[in-house]
Ligand binder design. Structure first.
Ligand code: DX5
Ligand code: ZN
Length: 214
């Protein structure tokens, strides 16, 4: 398997010290910066939006991996792309299937990567017909909305189905990832791990990131 892309979720960082906390993971070997955007409708929580992504763009050269947990994601492709997102991932459950090709086309028109995510109750099969047009699939291993929840092993099994059908797509996993659950996901074929609490609450961030890569 290729190199594992580790994407620390800033949801677990100190929002009054975002620059300091992003430098911390950057210096500790993070590959991407995972930004959780929530609108209080698609998920029962509100986090951050376009202005914060714009500010983050100024303080890090790492790719900004923006996870949109919002309704009507198509409306926000342009502002997030212009703000500096490098990967834009939206939820399958937030759109009509027929709109998907059009949304990807829009994301790609900005020269950035397009990802699609599924919640725990959505089957992997719904994504199979779209694997050729996406750069990344994001499998949620918790109900989206909050950091610090427990990993759902049944959800991780979906990785196998995606990997069997696409040798090259990036498969990212998000929710309750630590060294142990990360290994399960990598063994199933995942090659990108998001981790919030495991990285940010760790005594040794460098070691935590390394444990996800090995
Ligand atoms: C949850 C978010 C995650 C979250 C992960 O809805 O999408 O990115 O920050 O946090 P941990 O790793 O603590 O489960
Ligand atoms: Zn996320």
């Amino acid at each position: 398997m290729d190199k594992i892309i580790v994407s620390p979720s800033i949801l677990s960082a100190d929002f009054s010290n975002l620059e300091r906390d992003i430098k911390k993971v950057e210096n500790a070997g993070a590959d991407w910066v995972h930004v959780d955007v929530m609108d209080g409708h698609f998920v029962p929580n509100i986090t951050i939006g376009v202005p914060v992504v714009k500010s983050l763009r100024k303080i890090t050269k790492l790719p900004l991996d923006v996870h949109l947990m919002i309704e009507n994601p198509e409306k926000y492709v342009e502002p997030f792309a212009n703000a500096g997102a490098d990967i834009l991932t939206f939820h399958y459950e937030a759109v009509e299937e027929s709109e998907i090709p059009q949304i990807i086309k829009k994301i790609k028109s900005y020269g950035i990567k397009a990802g699609i995510s599924i919640k725990p109750n959505t089957s992997a099969e719904v994504l199979l017909r779209f694997l050729d047009i996406f750069d990344m699939v994001l499998i949620m291993t918790v109900e989206p909305g909050f950091g610090g929840q427990e990993f759902m092993p049944d959800c991780a099994e979906k990785i196998k189905i995606i990997r069997q059908n696409s040798p090259n797509i990036i498969i990212q996993v998000d929710g309750g990832i630590n060294a142990k659950t990360g290994t399960i996901c990598k063994n199933y074929g995942a090659n990108s791990l998001v981790a919030g609490n495991y990285i940010y609450k760790s005594e040794n961030i460098e070691q935590a990131i390394k444990s996800l890569k090995n």
